[in-house]
Ligand binder design. Structure first.
Ligand code: ATP
Ligand code: MG
Length: 602
């Protein structure tokens, strides 16, 4: 009652809980999830008893997702039985085929209903029948859900209240709430303990980033959740450690990034030191990625964020520093001081770091930033904290900062190519029997210390003009142009990407001869890196497929094979050809016009 009372006061005084306005819970999170009073409630309620079946009729376009065995009506009756709380009725529905994990058309499961209504007996039966204790509620709020599903908000409100609970706030967003969130919100010790015993994750956050613990107020419920959260965290840490031993960072990254072995090793080693506490904890980790365009700098930063934070989107922050070239743009980064335009908005960097202080932050094209912006970055790297425009300090010693730059990229590329040529010569000598052979010597070149000190450092010093800025970088990481072998891997990856798409979208199989990889690798342009390979595959392969599709030459279940003609004939220009084998046929056929040899496409 006390919490409802406080909600009432907030509404009456016109201070609507902040959550309603900006998705943040201001005071106690639980307040925002409970229902504010409604002036029209009595009339609404009298008229509202009927529409349950009506609601389903009204939601005609909807299907109850994930309900494999029961029809929508059955499922709704099942949810009502759960709300009623009689275990025997729940049993009866389950034996009649109701799906314990089925969802209401608006997104919640039976276990959410049981937890929100304090039905421990029903919840036990559901868990025994395999209900997922961590299922996230897919319901947002009445108005958004109504818009999403194309139905009237009144219908949604009635369904939510009738089948779920009328104690909850209509306007708050419930997406991501697990049954444990609802049980904690009700301070229901029995249900909380039941769900935890069934393996519910006490650390699972909802869309607001809140865990169940943050909604509980009863001391015993809080203690129970806290204890389980600690055990869970310890268990998770051990599992992750095991996983990382079996499947180290380098291996994961190499599944996505082709080549760049030196860069991957440098970054992975630094992250391993950090993860295991072998690093100066007072400073964040700072990398500078150098190399030409399209060779994996941004991709590597993304992969680090993915490795460290899984799919938490807040954990990867990307700022294009070419947007911070003017002195006054510092304010865009950290927010304007009070009294200035945009003060309320906060800074691009400070806002994001506040949300996730251990994020991976990418400063793209850092060399373009104004010197005053670099001063802010220096403070950030040096002290591991940043003061925003409002004078608030954000601690971010655990963040990882990655700057990228194309400075010295042509020198690095030339140097790498030179080293590869030398290594090639050496490999040839070895092949001629003078030395022990080593097949991929040319692929393993490393930038020499001498080159770094005599060529790269002076370029960086000249540009940044500040030794202390360069001094705060933990690792300068070098990205090298692709070798021939890496280019063919890139081409193959791209072809696989399109072949999966062709299969999924058009039921067409793609195949290619080995020479096709080499032929397409010729489209590599050192200035555009892997992007030029993507472009080449789109231009030569995907465009042809699209044209064949448009001219009805690709039937479902056909097999398309790409081959190169004149590949080994030095006198003639090699040509990429597309042939098609229809379902049930033996041989591949060339395509008719516009795919003749005279076609500009060939
Ligand atoms: N080594 C690589 N392996 C696999 N894919 C790559 C590699 N390098 C680049 N790509 C692909 O090419 C595209 C561009 O790569 P990325 O954004 O990492 O380039 P970049 O080095 O950051 O270039 P820029 O300096 O232009 O920002 C991405 O789609 C990426 O997946
Ligand atoms: Mg980039």
């Amino acid at each position: 009652m006390e919490r409802l009372g406080l909600s009432v006061r907030l509404i009456i005084s016109g201070v609507r809980p902040l959550a309603l306005r900006c998705g943040q819970f201001p005071l106690r999170p639980a307040l925002a999830l409970f229902s504010p009073p409604r002036s029209f409630s009595p009339t609404f309620r009298r008229n509202a008893v009927v529409p349950l079946p009506l609601l389903l009729a009204g939601l005609g376009g909807l299907s109850v997702r994930d309900v494999s065995r029961s029809t929508p009506n059955q499922q709704v009756r099942f949810l009502r039985a759960v709300k009623g709380g009689s275990p025997s009725e729940v049993d009866a529905h389950l034996s009649a085929g109701a799906d314990a994990n089925g969802r209401h058309p608006l997104g919640w499961t039976a276990l959410h209903v049981a937890a929100a209504n304090g039905r421990a007996g029903a919840a036990r039966r559901l868990l025994e029948a395999g209900a997922d204790p961590d299922a996230p509620d897919e319901f947002t709020n009445i108005y958004l859900s109504a818009r999403e599903k194309g139905v009237h908000s009144m219908d949604v409100m009635v369904a939510r209240e009738e089948e779920f609970s009328d104690r909850l706030n209509n306007r708050a967003n419930f997406r991501g709430c697990t049954p444990l969130h609802y049980a904690a919100l009700n301070d229901d010790l029995d249900l909380v303990s039941l769900l935890l015993k069934a393996g519910a994750d006490p650390l699972r956050a909802n869309d607001y980033g809140r865990t169940p613990l943050e909604y509980a107020r009863d001391g015993r419920v809080k203690n129970l959740l806290r204890r389980h959260a600690e055990d869970f965290e310890e268990q998770r840490r051990k599992q992750e450690q095991e996983m990382r031993k079996k499947y180290p960072l380098e291996k994961r990254i190499k599944e996505v990034i082709v080549g760049q072995d030196g860069a991957i090793t440098t970054v992975a080693s630094a992250i391993r030191r950090k993860e295991n506490g072998w690093i100066d904890e007072e400073h964040p980790l700072v990398f500078l990625f150098l190399g030409s365009s399209g060779i994996g700098k941004t991709e590597l930063a993304k992969q680090i964020a993915l490795y460290l934070h899984k799919d938490d989107r807040r954990a990867f922050v990307r700022l294009d520093m070419s947007e911070y070239q003017e002195k006054h743009e510092v304010a865009k980064l950290i927010g304007s001081p009070p009294g200035y335009v945009g003060h309320e908005e906060g800074g691009q960097l400070t806002k994001r770091l506040k949300e996730c202080p251990n994020a991976v932050v990418l400063f793209d094209e850092v060399d373009k930033a104004h010197p005053d912006v670099l001063t802010v970055l220096l403070q950030l790297f040096d002290e591991g904290r940043l003061t925003d425009g409002k004078g608030k300090t954000i601690e971010c010693k655990n963040a990882i900062f990655v700057m990228t730059s194309n400075l010295a990229s042509s020198e690095i590329a030339d140097h790498a190519l030179q080293l590869r040529r030398e290594a090639d010569d050496l490999a040839k000598e070895r092949a001629e029997g003078k030395l022990e052979p080593d097949a991929d010597l040319a692929d393993k070149v490393t930038i020499s210390r001498h080159f770094k000190e005599k060529v790269v450092q002076p370029i960086l010093k000249f540009h940044f003009r500040r030794d202390e800025f360069l001094g705060r970088i933990n690792e300068i990481v070098y990205f090298l142009p692709f070798t021939r072998q890496e280019l063919t891997v890139l081409v193959e990856k791209e072809l696989h990407f399109w072949s999966t798409k062709a299969k999924q979208k058009h039921n067409v199989e793609l195949a290619w001869d080995k020479e096709v990889l080499n032929y397409l690798a010729d489209g590599y342009n050192i200035y555009y890196g892997a992007r030029s390979i993507k472009h080449e595959v789109e231009r030569r392969v995907v465009t042809q497929l699209a044209l064949a599709h448009e001219t009805d030459q690709l039937e479902r279940d056909c097999l398309v094979r790409f081959k190169v003609v004149n590949f080994e004939d030095g006198n003639k220009e090699p040509v990429l050809k597309m042939t098609v084998k229809k379902k049930g046929k033996e041989s591949f056929l060339d395509l008719s016009e516009p795919f003749s040899n005279s076609s500009p496409l060939n």
